[in-house]
Design a protein around this ligand. Structure first.
Ligand code: PLP
Length: 387
């Protein structure tokens, strides 16, 4: 029987009831502008500051180190552009990894073209892992920032952020991490990671879309990305998305409270998918086999197109993706799969199944019932396939 299975939680997540309930008052009766000095405004302001305290507590930061943004892309852009402006006297050299999200990669391309920034891309190994020694070798006297993601959105690999940040700091270089895929899914403690900046996005952990947060360590005087009325202590102007911010904080708090239990449940479902889908001939897991996000099961299947698999899965009610959502629609294989050394013809057959705590073992069983015959059928039509 046809079911509906949502397995694209790295793309976005359904909103939790807790997040929606936290937002509703600020979308209806409590619509005040937090800058208003009358009581309706003060109520909104209080909600905003309570949300900031919650996010700070969940990341082990101070409330004064949390700035609300319009999502992960904005945070990544802010870190890169802000660092270039802040460190103008030191240099223009920025180091990022080859597997960063386009929010980082395309920002760097822009900074290179427009402001003459010099960008070094750190290579990764076959599992997508950045070697801290490669960062050490890439650092220069004019390096101002290193940005490496905490967990990869396509293959789920978790990067050695603490070691990387330590090496950057030995040379006085700022360190930013894009933690969009990690926050709410694995423990994230800014002090333990030792980062100067961290960006996150609510819609990846059952919060609303279009809202995120930036941790900026006390003492790092990052210039604002948006100028205007001086909101967010002058760092990010624009009337605050109060409802979205309350939804973000509620979703994060719920994810952090249930993290141990969720990680156990979600990784058991992931492992069942991996174990069974690796039985498919000429299939391969992408990303680190051990050090990976609890919900990410990512593969390549030789001799077929990932897009065809995704459309066939959609026809039986399964939402999955091939590579990152942002690059779908392009015929180029993903830069992440190229960086881990996959040949073009193999990288084209990528499928990413990403689960969260709202999924069930029945969802996994349904995927396992549907996906292998789809691969078999597509291969039977492929001129590249030989049994
Ligand atoms: N960084 C990573 C690793 C992501 O996976 C995403 C979204 O897919 C982003 C940044 C962008 O976040 P947002 O959609 O909130 O702009």
């Amino acid at each position: 029987m046809k079911r509906f299975v949502y397995a694209d939680n790295a793309g976005t997540t359904p909103m939790s009831k807790t997040a929606l309930d936290a937002m509703l008052p600020y979308l209806t009766t409590e619509y005040g502008n937090p800058s208003g000095i009358y009581s309706l405004g003060r109520t909104a302001k209080k909600a905003l500051e309570t949300a900031r305290e919650t996010v700070a507590r969940d990341l082990n930061a101070e409330p004064s180190e949390i700035y609300f943004t319009g999502g992960g892309t904005e945070g990544d852009n802010w870190a890169l552009r802000g660092a270039l402006e802040l460190k103008a006297k030191t240099g223009k050299h920025i180091i990022i990894s080859a597997v960063e999200h386009h929010a980082d990669l395309h920002s760097c391309e822009h900074l290179k073209k427009k402001y003459g920034a010099e960008i070094t891309l750190l290579p990764v190994d076959q599992f997508g892992w950045v070697n801290p020694e490669d960062l050490r070798a890439a650092l220069r006297d004019d390096t101002i920032l290193c940005s490496v993601m905490l967990a990869n959105n396509e293959i789920g690999t978790i990067e050695p952020i603490r070691a990387l940040a330590e090496i950057a700091h030995e040379r006085g270089v700022l360190f930013h991490t894009d933690a969009v895929q990690a926050v709410g899914h694995i423990p994230v403690d800014v002090k333990e990671l030792g980062v100067d900046m961290l960006s996150l996005s609510a819609h990846k952990f059952c919060g609303p879309k279009g809202v995120g947060a930036m941790f900026i360590k006390k003492g790092v005087n990052l210039p604002p990305l948006l100028d205007g009325g001086g909101h967010e202590r002058g760092k990010r102007s624009g009337t605050e998305n109060v409802a979205g911010i309350c939804g973000l904080a509620a979703a994060l708090d719920e994810a952090v409270a249930n993290m141990g239990e969720n990680m156990k449940k979600v990784s058991a479902m992931r492992d069942k998918l991996i174990e069974n889908l690796l039985q498919v001939p000429r299939s391969r897991l992408t990303g680190d086999p051990v050090n990976r996000l609890p919900g990410t099961a990512s593969f390549v299947f030789a001799c077929i197109e990932g897009e065809s698999i995704i459309l066939s899965l959609d026809a039986v009610g399964i939402c999955a993706s091939s590579g990152s959502a942002c690059s779908s629609g392009s015929l180029d294989p993903s830069h992440v799969l190229m960086a881990i050394g996959l040949p073009h013809e193999v990288a084209h057959g990528s499928v990413r199944l990403t689960l969260n705590e709202m999924n069930t073992m029945e969802d996994v069983d349904y995927i396992l019932e549907q996906l292998p015959p789809i691969i078999k059928r597509l291969r039977s039509m492929s001129p590249l396939w030989e049994e």
